[in-house]
Every structure is written in C-alpha cells, then in structure tokens.
Design a binder for this molecule. Sequence first.
Ligand SMILES: Nc1nc2c(ncn2[C@@H]2O[C@H](COP(=O)(O)OP(=O)(O)OP(=O)(O)O)[C@@H](O)[C@H]2O)c(=O)[nH]1
Ligand SMILES: [Mg+2]
Length: 313
Amino acid sequence: MEDIAQELLNGSRLALSRAITAIENEYDNATAIMKKLYPHTGHAYVLGITGPPGAGKSTLTDKLAKEYRKQGKTVGIVAIDPTSPFSGGAILGDRIRMNSLTLDEGVFIRSMGTRGSLGGLSHKTADAVKAMDAFGMDVIFVETVGVGQSEVDIVKAADTTMVVLIPGMGDDIQAIKAGILEIGDIFAINKADHDGADKLVTELNMMLDLDGVMKEWRPPIIKAVANQNIGVTELVETFKKHHDHIVSSGQLTQRRTERTKNEMLDLLSSNIGSYITRNIVDTGKIDKMVEDIKAHKIDPYTVVSEILQNMLK
Ligand SMILES: Nc1nc2c(ncn2[C@@H]2O[C@H](COP(=O)(O)OP(=O)(O)OP(=O)(O)O)[C@@H](O)[C@H]2O)c(=O)[nH]1
Ligand SMILES: [Mg+2]
C-alpha cells in the first residue's frame, strides 16, 4: 500500500501535494496521514498575512519568500482564497504573481479554495501548515483575504501575524479596526507609492496608542512598495524581532499551548458531531427518540445520557 506520509517525510513534493489534497477534501486517509506527520511538526516559523483584497499580500509574500530563500531558508506558502469556488482559480491567480518561485525547489506554494464556505477551513489550513512543517519548510506563510472572524481563526495557526493595509481605504479602516488591532503583530502599509500612506501611518499609530498602552509588544508599522521590493528586508528584520520577542517572553510557548488545546477541542467536537450524525441522525433513530419524548414516555435528559454512554462504549 502506498504511504503518502512516509513519502512526504522522504521529501516527495508530490506526496506533500497529495497530503494537502486529502486534508482539503477530507479524504478517509487524511487522519492517518496527519497522525504519522504530527511527530515531525513544530519546527517551522508560521507567518500569517492578511488584509483587504488587492492590498498586495501575494506580491509581498513573493518578495518576502525570496528574501528568506537568500538566507538559505526553505519556504511554504498556503494561500486561502475565499472568493473562488474552486482552488484551481486560486492557484492560477497566485502562480502568476509568484511565477519565479514555482521553479524553486526550496519553495512550495499551495492555494486552498473554500468551496463557498469558510467553515472547517481553519483546521484544514492548520493541517496543511503541519504537512509543510513535517516536510521540512523553515518558514510557512498563510495568506488570507480580509479581517473578519474567519480570518482571525485562520491566522491563529500563525506565530506572527502581519496585517497589510493600503492608503486610500477611507472609512474602511474604521470598519475593520477592531479586528485588525487585535490580530496584527506587525502592520505593513503597502502601496506606499500612492498618496496617503503617511496619513494612514499616523491614523494607525493613534489607534495602536489608544489600544496598546499596557501591551508588551507595540506592533511596528512598516511602509512598503511590494512590487518594487521596498520595505521587504525591513519586514524580514521585524519578523525576526517579533519572533525573538515571543520566544524570550514565553509567548510562543503560550500561543502554541493555547493552539494545541483549541485544536484538540475542535477535533473532539467534530468527532462527536460526526458520531451523532452517523449513528443518530442518518439512521433515523432520532425520530423515534423525538416521538417518545413528545409522548412523555421518556425525558430528553435520559435520552442524551444514554446516547453519550453508548458513544463511550
Ligand atoms: N502601486 C503598487 N502596486 C502594487 C504594490 N504591491 C502590489 N501591487 C499591485 O497590486 C495588485 C494586487 O496585488 P496582489 O499581490 O495580488 O494583492 P493581494 O492582496 O494578494 O490580492 P488578493 O489575494 O486578490 O486579495 C497587483 O497588480 C500588484 O502588482 C505596491 O506596493 N504599489
Ligand atoms: Mg493574493
């Protein structure tokens, strides 16, 4: 029998690609693959990149990846595309922008579409990151569009999160500020070749000052022009500073503990959920139970305890 996890660990890019496909489509072998990969994870530095559509996230990621490659580091990129119903479209879009990277053996790029819903995407993203981590990537980027709750959930897989903003967003910054202040460890003001970059920096500084008086880490704001490679080395240096900060302050351990706990609880509830769907709902047992409860032959509390007892057998 073929062993995708073992081939991935042996360095097969095809196996890495197939592992992520299994994760994305929830194939039956996905759990077995993840079980085998898990002991080999925990080495990569995971960078979340989020921000409004078209802000230059992919362009920046491309340039940042090249900078890490210069330092001899291998790079994985997971690009989430919530707008595209098929991941094929996402792959094409990002391939164009990350053209030269796709020829580099030290880089692995993968897009994941959401097929209409963001549900379940955060754990799939986390597993795709783990697959790249086990493959041996040193730095892994997770690019996602927007700053809503789903993106917050997705970037929870990251050690450091960078929010990319652009001048000329007008009132948008008001609308998204609650979300962005919370998740940004670093802010990039991209398209600084456009008018209004300095104004945006000032506004953001004011918001961060109001928000972060007591915080250990004041998120730096870095201006960038991604397509001209401006600000890129400074961003990489800032990532390093943030990484050093979360290591020395114990925050990295704390974040990873929290993440492991959440992932375990998610896994547990999704397993319980599917047990109930499989055994109670799909079998039609639930209808009989509802009838008996309605007729007061039995109470719902007893029914639920019995279901739980059966599940644990
Ligand atoms: N003028 C200018 N254009 C830029 C800059 N950075 C990126 N662009 C352009 O902006 C457009 C969008 O860039 P992307 O990197 O695709 O932006 P994105 O945030 O990944 O977009 P989505 O993934 O679709 O949300 C492209 O045409 C880039 O060439 C910049 O600093 N200045
Ligand atoms: Mg993009």
